[in-house]
Design a protein around this ligand. Structure first.
Ligand code: SF4
Length: 327
């Protein structure tokens, strides 16, 4: 029987799932994901973590508990340090396997692969082989699995750049038909970590609400790297957090733009990096922006009614600016 590897449907799942799935399947494992986020998963995470933990990490812990209950052989909890040279992820990612081991009892084996591209390909190769040997004692098979997973990641990223959300791109990679994201007449950029906006339960269906109000939603993952780099080059000081820099770079790129109708920044309660990027974005848009900007913070208590009212008001403002409705 094939060994089961559980991948939590949270945090960087939205950025790397096709790649991770390919790697483990090529090694002969069966990949299982946790269920979609629901009240029980959030409650489990909230009960297990200390109050100060950010909402996405609490959610991740809830997903780990869900996988434990599903009875998998391994749970993949990578220690993601750097996904590109000279940039790092927030410290919560660095300590994720330790946090999970300390908070959740009776876990199956945790696969705590170190992902640190700053230390170079050689380091990554050693780490890939270490993890691959849990499944097969064949170095060239492990290297082939890794090479294939890298190619799959490129395909996944290219699909997103063609205008598909991360969740839609995952469906396409699985041979399913995604919903189209291109019907709306108002173009709105969401500045956020993918895990804050792709998880429908966590953000109370934000993207679908915007779509139903006539928005075409764009995210940082859909942008060409050049666009983000142009925006990031305008930062007074470079930011070493990988995804925070992408968010700020995208924000700077669109600040004077006529390509989009509005910008919404979405951050998670308890997130240190977001509190900085959010503040910088708000100041920049107040000072230099020529398009409407709104900031939304999500936490486990955010009410749907309040969110809807704010989105409706924002969309009305955009339509009023286009002359579609009277004041
Ligand atoms: S960047 Fe923010 S939301 Fe993401 S893991 Fe770190 S603290 Fe949590």
């Amino acid at each position: 029987m094939r060994e089961k590897v559980g991948i939590p449907k949270a945090l960087l799942y939205y950025n790397f799932y096709p790649m991770w799935k390919t790697f483990f399947e090529e090694l002969g494992a069966e990949v299982i994901t946790s269920s979609d986020t629901c009240k029980k998963i959030i409650d489990d995470g909230v009960k297990t973590c200390v109050d100060e933990t950010c909402l996405p990490v609490k959610t991740f812990v809830g997903h780990v508990i869900d996988l434990k209950e599903k009875g998998v052989d391994y749970i993949f909890v990578p220690r993601v340090i750097s996904v590109e040279r000279r940039r790092y992820l927030c410290s919560k990612f660095l300590g994720l396997p330790d946090l999970v081991r300390n908070l959740v009892s009776d876990l199956p084996q945790i696969i705590d692969m170190k992902i640190d591209y700053y230390r170079g390909e050689e380091f990554m190769e050693r780490e890939i082989i270490r993890v691959g040997k849990l499944f097969v004692d064949n170095t060239s098979k492990i290297k082939d699995a890794y090479e294939k997973s890298l190619k799959i990641q490129k395909v996944f990223e290219n699909i997103m750049r063609k205008g598909f959300l991360n969740t839609e791109a995952i469906k396409i990679m699985e041979g399913k038909k995604p919903e189209t994201n291109k019907n709306g007449d108002l173009k709105i950029v969401l500045l956020a970590h993918s895990y804050d906006i792709m998880d429908d339960y966590l953000c109370m269906g934000l993207i679908n609400r915007l779509k139903s109000m006539g928005a075409y939603v764009m995210t940082t993952n859909m942008m060409e790297r050049d666009m983000i780099e142009i925006g990031a080059s305008k930062l007074q000081k470079d930011l070493f957090w990988n995804y925070g820099r992408d968010i700020l770079g995208a924000g700077k790129y669109f600040i004077q733009s006529k390509e989009v109708d509005g910008v919404i920044s979405v951050s998670a309660f308890g997130c240190g990096p977001d509190s900085i990027t959010d503040d910088l974005l708000e100041r920049d848009y107040k000072r230099d922006g020529n398009i409407p900007y709104m900031s939304i913070t999500i936490d486990e208590h955010t009410g749907e009614a309040g969110l809807n009212t704010r989105l409706e008001a924002f969309m009305d403002l955009l339509r009023w600016r286009k002359g579609e409705i009277m004041a």
